[in-house]
Design a binder for this molecule. Structure first.
Ligand code: XIL
Length: 363
């Protein structure tokens, strides 16, 4: 499908919006808004958002109501990833991503497009094709289809996700794009995305900057030099996404480390969003009250630091309720009770992490 055709069909989809993700009335919203997270954030000229999935929103009314109550932005948790959109060559599956675009448009939510290039969501056919031939057209075609299709709806694109390697001393990440095209692939993808969607804001999204240890010290330094490099090349990068998957096993977050790091990004002229906040627990056998307190304290300490940096535009959590947190995959694998690292619990009740966020945003 050509890009233009693809875009028209999203707009057509908007007219015939699916019932499953129906809107909530404006007055209903205003009744529930007073202490919601987005409203707290707006008070400080920030936003609050969350990662969501169309299948979960479609099936779970309670989840949908919570998202509409708390969020000003949404991020597709999986539906805009390459392996979801084109699992096999030439086989496009836009249904779920379109449903979220419609949901956002109907409910006046802004959309963060996540993500165009990511090693983990690169379909196998792409990896093997690029290993056979270093053909940038494979990347170009993907960017054109996706960015044009959602051009009128996606406000910010995570153009490259996780360009740094996870291991100490190994930068950049040795993914298929690096092997095929060298480190210039990041700037090249940014340039093409900018041509396709000149009004969108373009971002790089990365994790592993919060804690003080050999790995993260090095990741912060490596990330700053990547940004300096992109700046020197004149790449069209507008903002930086900091994932912020907090981890109670990694010690405290230090303002004297984090603030200068964020400020260095801001000083290069980039805006910052916290894009995937959640908290990984380590001690599941403690009483729930204590676990919730630890999670809330970690979030409050972290947000108090980052919200002091003017360039930070807003905060999104990776999911909104524990029931649908991707961290359950890890927690359940370890045979522990559900991880409690999101603002709402399994049954969508606000819990200490919620109040910590609201208070930090209101502070
Ligand atoms: C995760 C989703 O939450 C999972 O459901 C999926 O199986 C894998 O991807 N960093 C990112 C996100 O940038 O895209 C990841 O999302 C979580 C880590």
């Amino acid at each position: 499908m050509s890009g233009d055709l693809a875009r028209r069909s999203v707009v057509a989809g908007l007219a015939a919006a699916p019932m499953a993700l129906a809107a909530v009335g404006a007055d209903q919203l205003s009744l529930t808004r007073p202490q919601c997270l987005d409203q707290a954030a707006r008070g400080r000229n920030r936003y609050f958002g969350a990662a969501v999935r169309a299948d979960q929103l479609g099936l779970d009314t309670a989840l949908r109501e919570c998202v509409l109550r708390e969020c000003g932005w949404i991020t597709p948790e999986i539906h805009m990833k390459w392996d979801q959109l084109q699992p096999r060559r030439g086989w496009w599956t836009f249904t779920a991503a379109d449903a979220l675009v419609v949901f956002a448009a109907q409910n006046n939510l802004r959309l963060r497009g996540h993500t165009l290039l990511w090693h983990q969501s690169t379909p196998r056919w792409v990896a093997s094709a690029l290993r056979r031939r270093r053909d940038w057209r494979i990347v170009s075609d993907h960017l054109r289809e996706v960015v044009l299709r959602y051009r009128d709806h996606v406000a910010v694109w995570d153009v490259v996700n996780e360009p740094l390697d996870g291991r100490v001393g190994r930068y950049p990440r040795p993914n298929v794009f690096l092997s095929a095209f060298g480190p210039g692939y990041v700037a090249r993808a940014l340039r093409e995305a900018a041509e396709l969607a000149p009004d969108a804001r373009l971002a790089i999204n990365e994790y592993g900057f919060e804690y003080v240890n050999a790995d993260e010290d090095e990741r912060r330094a490596a990330f700053l030099s990547l940004l300096r490099q992109l700046k020197a090349e004149g790449a069209p990068l507008h903002e930086v996404g900091i994932q912020a998957h907090l981890d109670l096993g990694k010690g405290p977050t230090y303002p004297e480390v984090l603030k200068p790091f964020l400020q260095a990004i801001a000083d290069m002229g980039y805006r910052i969003s916290i894009t995937e906040l959640d908290v990984r627990e380590r001690e599941f056998r403690l009483p729930v009250r204590e676990r919730d307190r630890r999670v809330a304290d970690a979030v409050r300490a972290y947000l108090d630091i980052v919200l002091e940096v003017d360039a930070v535009d807003g905060v999104s959590t990776w999911g909104i309720a524990d029931r649908y947190s991707w961290l359950q995959e890890i927690a359940i694998r370890g045979r522990h009770g559900p991880n409690r690292g999101l603002p709402l619990d399994w049954d969508f009740r606000r819990k200490p992490m919620f109040w910590a966020m609201r208070d930090a945003l209101n502070a």
